[in-house]
Write a protein that binds this ligand. Structure first.
Ligand SMILES: [Zn+2]
Length: 339
């Protein structure tokens, strides 16, 4: 029959499906409602913060917002999705608790989505619409369920390393309980019980304002390349945005060579809070085997790629492995030398 190109199996029966149905993504209405609440109540919470909240509540909210962002950037992105370093069990527990406080779904689901995003970057199947626009990637892509096509493709994302991480699987199993305890009750109760805040101020500042901040910063992991990277045809000197944001090639570098712990999520390299925290964790012996690539290794890799006509990424990865074995254990303390 014309137009029927795909099929799915429902209880063993082949049901014909059009190409359009196969690629269609429905809205996740629970998430749409949640996002409406986050934006409306979170915006009002800014007013509440300036008029009614105590300094203790504001500082506490800032601290747990930062921990939530660390759980997303250092935890989900650099540790679990890209394996840019290895972490001891206590550090993995800490990052798992931080990521739960971010309230953005399980580590397992976020890692799977991010690996899929990298695999389909700048293609139609990317769940975060990397071909579209910043708003699509930051907002729209997060509010839609996967299409049948994407669900099938997700099965090809290698998650074996994540499935064997007992801490990640523990969080996946008890996520609802952990979410309620760490993302709802802990922040509300702390402001209410220890800082003498009213229930209303606790809810607005510690929950809705924090959700607004962490959700937006966390979603940037998949959309920041629109803001901070130099896209084709972009002329930095023609734009006033250069005064507010630093356009750089680092996002392009990350999508080409994601196994570098120093690649920041927001266009920076080596200097951001995430990179600094990983160095602190390494100095405390909690993080090990930090992966990075020196300029010399990149240059050698490029030269070999030109000489041999082999793929650029393959040649640079080869040089990175060579360089890694020659690096001293504590290279992260001497970053000028290896940047
Ligand atoms: Zn990434």
């Amino acid at each position: 029959m014309p137009g029927q190109t795909k099929a799915e199996t429902v209880e063993g029966v082949q049901t014909p499906m059009t190409e359009q149905e196969f690629k269609k993504r429905d809205a996740n209405w629970v998430l749409v409602l949640f996002y409406i609440h986050v934006y409306v109540l979170g915006t009002y919470a800014i007013y509440v913060t300036f008029t009614s909240a105590s300094w203790s509540t504001i500082l506490f909210t800032g601290l747990i917002s930062l921990l939530g962002v660390l759980g997303v950037t250092v935890g989900v992105h650099r540790l679990w999705a890209h394996r840019t370093f290895t972490a001891t069990a206590p550090l993995r527990v800490f990052l798992m608790l931080c990521q739960t406080m971010a309230g953005q779904g399980t580590i397992y689901s976020r890692v799977q989505a991010h690996r899929f995003h990298h695999a389909k970057f700048l293609q139609d199947e990317d769940p975060y619409y990397s071909k579209e626009s910043f708003v699509y990637a930051q907002l729209h892509g997060n509010l839609l369920n996967y299409s049948k096509q994407q669900e099938q493709m997700l099965l090809n994302v290698d998650m074996s390393d994540i499935a064997s991480d007992r801490i990640v699987m523990f969080q996946k199993r008890y996520y609802v309980l952990l979410y309620i305890a760490l993302n709802v009750l802990l922040p509300l109760n702390t402001a209410f019980q220890y800082f003498g805040e009213s229930v209303a101020v606790s809810i607005f500042v510690s929950f809705w304002l924090r959700s607004l901040i962490v959700l937006n910063v966390g979603n940037l992991v998949n959309s920041a390349h629109f803001v901070w990277s130099i896209h084709k045809g972009f002329k930095p000197t023609d734009s006033n945005s250069i005064f507010f944001i630093t356009k750089s090639f680092w996002p392009q570098y990350h999508y080409m060579l994601p196994h570098d712990y120093q690649s920041g999520e927001f266009g920076d390299y080596a200097t951001g809070t995430g990179s600094t925290m990983i160095r602190v964790f390494a100095a405390l012996d909690l993080a090990k085997e930090l992966l990075t690539i020196s300029s010399v290794a990149v240059r050698n890799g490029l030269t070999i790629a030109v000489d041999t006509k082999r793929p650029i990424v393959e040649c640079i990865e080869e040089q990175r492995k060579l360089q890694q074995s020659a690096m001293p254990e504590n290279h992260f303390l001497n970053r000028e030398k290896f940047m």
